[in-house]
Write a protein that binds this ligand. Structure first.
Ligand code: ATP
Ligand code: MG
Length: 389
C-alpha cells in the first residue's frame, strides 16, 4: 500500500504569470525544510505538491516539518491506488479502516481531474459510499454534518483516497516577496512580528543589539535560540549582532535622562537602516504595539519612526498582549521568550520617560551626539551568524 502527502497550495494560484516561479520557490523551501529526513520523491501538478516517502517511511515525520512551510494551505495524507474503479474500491476500506472505525457518519466527495475516467464524480461517490457501507456496518451516510469526509481524487496518473486534512501554515512561500530586517529582542513580540512578516512571503534577516557587560552572554544566546526557532518557518537566516554599549553610554552622558529611551531607539533604527541597506533588505520589522510601553505611545512612535528612511513594519501594532502571546505559543517561541533575561532597552531606563515627546525637542536633545560616527562604529563592530543551515 502506497501512502503519500498532498500539499495544497494557497494564494500562489492567484499569481497568474508568476505562478511557476512561486511553485519553484515553494518546492525549494520544502526541500530545505525536509533536509536530513529519509529520501522521498517530490513533484508538482495542478496546484498540488506530491511528496512520496521512499522505503515506506512514515508520513508523520515529514508532516511535522511541512506544517511550518508557508504557502501550503492544507496537508493531506492520502493512499494512492491505480486508476481503476475495482482496485480503488478494494483499496479504500483497508486504507481508511482506522479512521472509519472511529466515526459514526460519513460522506464521499469525488474530484475527477481526468475527464476520460469511465465514471463521473457522482457515480464514483455512490460506488465508494456503497462499498464503505458494506464494509463497515456501523456507518451511516450524513451529507450535511458527517464525522468524516472521504475524498476520492482521480488524477492524471493515479487515484487517491483520503479522509481528513491538516491545516497548513498558509501565507506565501518565503522569498517571493523581497527581504526585510527584523529587530529581534529576547521578548515575546518581535519573534511573532517576524513570523507574521515571513508568512507573507518575505525573507527575514535579524538584527540584535546587546550591551556587554550590562547584558549577558546568556541573553544573546537566548535571542539566537529564538532566531533558530524562526528558521523552522523561514529557512536559513542571517542574524546580525551589534555591540551597543558605547553608543548607549554616549547617549546617557550627553542627553537629558527623560529622553534617553527615545534617542536610543532612534539610533537603533538608524543602525538597523544602515544594516538593511547593506544587505538588500527593503524594510525594517519591529514588535511594537501601540501603548504597550512608554516608548510605544503614538507620540513615541512618531518620534522613532522618522529615524528610519525605509519603511518600518509593525505587524503586531494593533494586537493585545494576550493575542500576541497566543500566537507566540502557537509558533513555539513563547517558552524561550519568557526565560529571564536583560535587554539593552532596559539598561539605563529613565525613571520618568517622556510619553508625549515632540520630535523637535528630541532632535534638539540629540544635537550633541555624533550620530554618523555612532552608526558607523556599530556597523563596524557587527558580527553576523547564519542559523538554520
Ligand atoms: P519584545 O517583546 O519584542 O522585546 P517589547 O514589548 O519588550 O518587545 P521594547 O523592548 O520596547 O518592547 O522593544 C520594542 C521593539 O524594539 C521590539 O519588539 C524589537 O523589535 C525592538 N528591540 C527591542 N530591543 C531590541 C534589541 N536588543 N535588539 C533588536 N531589537 C530590539
Ligand atoms: Mg523587549
Amino acid at each position: 500500500m502506497r501512502e503519500m502527502i498532498l500539499l495544497k497550495q494557497g494564494e500562489i494560484v492567484l499569481k497568474g504569470m508568476n505562478r511557476r516561479a512561486f511553485e519553484q520557490k515553494l518546492e525549494d523551501n520544502i526541500k530545505k525544510a525536509l533536509v536530513g529526513l529519509p529520501a522521498y520523491r517530490m513533484r508538482s501538478c495542478q496546484s498540488t505538491v506530491y511528496i512520496e516517502p521512499e522505503d515506506g517511511t512514515d508520513c508523520s515525520l515529514y508532516i511535522d516539518r511541512l506544517k511550518k512551510v508557508f504557502g501550503i494551505v492544507n496537508i493531506v495524507r492520502a493512499g494512492a491506488a491505480p486508476k481503476d474503479m475495482e482496485a480503488l474500491l478494494d483499496f479504500a476500506p483497508t486504507y481508511l479502516e482506522n479512521t472509519l472505525m472511529q466515526a459514526k457518519t460519513f460522506k464521499v466527495e469525488t474530484k475527477r481531474a481526468d475527464k476520460k475516467f469511465p465514471y463521473n464524480s457522482p457515480q464514483i461517490s455512490a460506488m465508494m459510499g456503497g462499498k464503505l457501507l458494506e464494509s463497515f456496518h456501523h456507518l451511516r451516510v450524513d451529507v450535511d454534518n458527517p464525522d468524516v469526509v472521504v475524498r476520492v481524487e482521480i488524477r492524471e496518473k493515479e487515484s487517491f483516497v483520503h479522509a481528513g486534512r491538516i491545516q497548513g501554515a498558509g501565507g506565501m512561500p518565503v522569498g517571493t516577496n523581497g527581504k526585510a530586517l527584523l529587530l529581534l529582542s529576547g521578548g515575546i513580540d518581535s519573534p511573532v512580528a517576524g513570523h507574521m512578516t515571513a508568512r507573507r512571503g518575505v525573507e527575514i534577516e535579524a538584527i540584535h543589539f546587546f550591551s556587554y557587560p550590562y547584558t549577558s552572554e546568556a541573553a544573546k544566546e537566548k535571542v539566537l535560540s529564538l532566531a533558530k526557532i524562526l528558521t523552522e518557518y523561514t529557512g536559513p537566516m542571517k542574524v546580525h549582532l551589534i555591540p551597543f554599549t558605547k553608543q548607549q553610554l554616549q547617549i546617557r552622558d550627553n542627553c537629558p535622562e527623560e529622553h534617553f529611551t527615545l534617542i536610543m531607539r532612534r539610533i537603533m533604527m538608524k543602525i538597523a537602516t544602515e544594516v538593511a541597506k547593506r544587505n538588500h533588505c527593503h524594510a525594517l520589522v519591529t514588535g511594537e504595539s501601540i501603548g504597550q510601553v512608554a516608548s510605544q505611545t503614538m507620540w513615541a512612535l512618531g518620534v522613532t519612526d522618522p529615524a528610519a528612511d525605509i519603511p518600518v513594519f509593525r505587524p503586531v501594532i494593533g494586537m493585545d498582549k494576550e493575542e500576541i502571546i497566543t500566537r507566540a505559543r502557537r509558533i513555539g517561541t513563547f517558552e524561550t521568550s519568557v526565560l529571564p533575561y536583560e535587554d539593552c532597552c532596559t539598561v539605563f531606563t529613565p525613571k520618568h520617560p517622556t510619553t508625549r515627546p515632540k520630535l523637535f525637542n528630541i532632535l534638539h536633545s540629540e544635537e550633541k551626539l555624533d550620530v554618523e560616527t555612532m552608526v558607523r562604529e556599530a556597523v563596524e563592530g557587527m558580527d553576523t551568524v547564519i542559523l538554520g543551515k
